[in-house]
Design a protein around this ligand. Sequence first.
Ligand code: MUC
Ligand code: MG
Length: 382
Amino acid sequence: MTKIDQIETLILEVPTIRGHVLSMATMRTQTAVLVRVRFSDGSEGIGEGTTIGGLSYGPESPEGIQLAIETYIAPALIGRNGDDVNGANQLIDKLVKGNRIAKTAVEIALWDGLGKRLGVPVSQLFGGGVHDHLPVAWTLASGNTDTDIAEAQEMIEKRRHNIFKLKIGKRSVREDVAHVAKIIEAIGGAGTVRVDINTAWSLHDARWGLKGLQEAGCELAEQPVPARDRRAMAELVKGYEIAVMADEALNGPEDALDVASARAADVFAVKIGQSGGLKRASEVIAIGQAAGLGLYGGTMLETGLSTAAALQLFSTVGEMAWGTELFGPLLLTEDILATPIVYRDFCVEVPQGAGLGVALDPDKIEFFRRDRERTMKAVAGK
Ligand code: MUC
Ligand code: MG
């Protein structure tokens, strides 16, 4: 039996290429929690758990993710069969409530290790990939309309992205709608535009907002109202033609069932971290499919590592009608992978090779670690 010997964590801080202005925070760096699992046969698996804007986006912070892994998840898994990912998930779900991003980071490392030992990509462990590339959106969030327009035009020119997600919700509804309308006009037919409000609007704001956005030609509005407000989401789904997407409302399969039953979304933004791992994300996907909803491959602006993990899973899904937004590595000043993920022709390519199909660049890890003096701390087994 291949046993889990050690689980180590590390926090990285990587600057973003420009300020990324969201309704609840402006990001100038991204903070990622990396996990390395060492197995008794000498094999290893790596994973990542990442959130956005400290504690401003959701209930887990980078420090909390690290603590949950080191103090609660790792000790429970040391000595267990490394191949038994389902067993690990079931045990951890009993011992640790919530903390989905922390669970995800460790689960990804287990899948990576298993895939490497078997010599197959993680997608194979989910029945096999049916796509080798997927459409990928870019988020315009510079905080300035003209800068966003120039950025969109550059992306179209380079054939890197032609789907744009605009982050709104910080300014008044009227200003936001005017901002979106200007960008749609400037892009013309060369790209499509969606918005993400990140829960900033009341139902009343959202009624005005969706009306204006729809008239401007915006195709989708992501999480306009607070995550818990399923009734408001359902009212917006019914009241407007523009697609309404659930993001913050979707924390795992139980939420997915709840949102689908309440018809509180047209589209699911499936995020591996928010779902609680690849397995739980596959369950969210299945519920969305069964409910006849559209699917979108979401991101928590992870580095290339968890972006690769999401790609492994999303490549197995028959139809992601709204594409993906797996552009996280491109928002960072430097890639932390030895071989960066490839973006071309408006798509992102699924990494090939065993496990996640990616390796870390050790020099970059050393350079961007939050605490450069501290060696990767072995939680157990030493
Ligand atoms: C979110 O809320 O969807 C995804 C893209 C981006 O720019 O921010 C995220 C988070
Ligand atoms: Mg969102």
